[in-house]
Design a binder for this molecule. Structure first.
Ligand code: GDP
Ligand code: IMO
Ligand code: MG
Length: 420
């Protein structure tokens, strides 16, 4: 039984939720390894739409076990809301959800600090406002409160006082009462403790027993804090390597890395986006693809496929197979462009600038494809795709040097072509 990592190859919202749900059918455990409630993963089951922010997308399969790994930052109130939402819709979470003791807690004032940081910046990042940056800052400053700390009143008081003295010293917060905050955090003990495990031990023992683990990435490779368009990035390791550091599993346990990409490109928030379409075509992509953020509802920026960033993304993830999503969104375009290179500082190149932020100075060089002008919606067999759609897919496969495994032709689980 393979252990697979599902990772986004663009700027997030590639359709990871759908693919994780699809591949969960053959997995025993689904583990989220980074990010927090900034993620919004959409899954359709029997015509019902579910949007998950923290709980792995495998939860919608009744028998699967789900783990929130140590690399995730966890907001208890959001977790409560999600568990209640699932329960109200007949999905039982109890006994199937586990939380790594080392997962850091997003504190109530982290959202406020997120907004404060954004207001302070000249050029905003356009964060989701979920307190993700401040929560990871706390973690890496080694002040953070972890899930396991909720079980210890003394540790909690000490840590809360330390964090508040530091944040108040910097004048970043309106006065927060440490006693009230400790009380609020203490109130989570009863709620969180039944879920707590040593996540790394749990996964490694399961793998030893030949259980199959699916690692669910959040965000996308170009938002990775080290390999993305920094500072227009998210503060976690979104790439495949993050699955190892975020769960405590070694590299040899991984059999396959599946890179998820849209048949075009989107981005929410600010930062460079060479193939962005700001006119009518972009509007049409947004409308047809229903490109509005699953977490914040913001309109997503849209553009043509960019094979230069995808080549980089395939490389940094060691991508074995591709899942190409939303092919159906391109059905009505008479012509479709693919960016195969950039013009940068007067030269044509198919590599990225050393500073990814200089992507804003890169002008895309396009190859034009004739569209297929027919519906691919819901097609489940590769042979049934129009020849021009197959040609489009063949270019992606050939240029990236990575075989296509799955093609998605609609949001539903069933609207999926298994190519290999
Ligand atoms: P994630 O964050 O990577 O899980 O992606 P999101 O859920 O934020 O955004 C992907 C959106 O595309 C969701 O609304 C999905 O329901 C939808 N979707 C996924 N695959 C397809 C597809 O093949 N065709 C269409 N039309 N929609 C899709
Ligand atoms: P999923 O898992 C798309 C973007 C934000 C912003 C930047 C930093 O659904 O693909 P943050 O709140 O993380 O500090 O914001 O990252 N961003 C996402 N964009 N999909 C996501 O998640 C995202 N999570 C964060 O818009 O540009
Ligand atoms: Mg999303």
């Amino acid at each position: 039984m393979p252990n697979r990592i599902v990772v986004g190859l663009q700027w997030g919202d590639e359709g990871k939720g759908k693919i994780v749900d699809f591949l969960s059918q053959k997995a025993d455990i689904v583990a989220r390894y980074q990010g927090g409630a900034n993620a919004g993963h959409t899954v359709y089951v029997n015509g019902e739409k579910f949007v998950l922010h923290l709980i792995p997308s495998g939860i919608l399969h009744p028998k699967k076990i789900c783990l929130i790994g140590s690399g995730v930052v966890l907001e208890p109130e959001e977790l409560k809301r999600e568990i209640e939402m699932l329960a109200a819709r007949g999905v039982k979470v109890e006994g199937r959800l586990k939380i790594s003791a080392g997962a850091h807690i997003v504190l109530p004032f982290h959202r406020e600090l997120d907004l404060w940081e954004e207001a302070r910046r000249g050029e905003k990042i356009g964060t989701t406002g979920r307190g993700i940056g401040p929560a990871y800052s706390e973690k890496y400053a080694r002040r953070g409160i972890r899930a396991v700390d909720l079980l210890s009143p003394e540790k909690l008081s000490r840590k809360v006082n330390d964090i508040l003295s530091c944040r108040n010293h910097a004048g970043q917060l309106s006065k927060i009462d440490p006693i009230g905050l400790v009380q609020q955090l203490r109130s989570y003990e009863k709620f969180i403790s039944p879920y707590l495990v040593d996540g790394s031990r749990f996964l490694n023992e399961a793998i030893k027993k030949r259980k199959s683990v699916l690692f669910e990435g959040a965000q996308g490779s170009l938002l990775d804090v080290d390999f993305g368009t920094y500072p227009y990035a998210t503060p976690s390791h979104t790439i495949a390597g993050g699955a190892l550091t975020g769960t405590g599993v070694g590299p040899k346990a991984i059999d396959e890395v599946i890179g998820v990409m849209k048949a075009y490109t989107t981005r929410v928030g600010n930062g460079p986006f060479p193939t962005e379409l700001t006119g009518l075509e972009g509007e049409l992509l947004r409308k047809t693809g229903e490109e509005f953020g699953a977490t914040t509802g913001r309109p997503r920026r849209t553009g043509w496929l960019d094979l230069v960033i995808l080549k980089h993304a395939c490389r940094i993830n060691g991508t074995d197979k591709l899942a190409i999503m939303k092919l159906d969104v391109l059905d009505n375009f008479p012509e479709i462009e693919i960016c195969v290179a950039y013009e940068y500082k007067g030269k044509k190149t198919d590599e990225l600038p050393l500073d990814l932020c200089e992507l804003s100075e890169c002008k895309p060089v396009y190859k034009t494809y004739t569209g297929w002008k027919s519906s691919t919606r819901g097609i489940t067999r590769f042979a049934k795709l129009p020849p021009n759609a197959r040609k489009y897919l063949a270019t992606i496969e050939k240029t990236l040097g990575v075989p296509i495994s799955l093609i998605s032709t609609g949001p539903e689980r069933e609207a999926t072509i298994v190519k290999r």
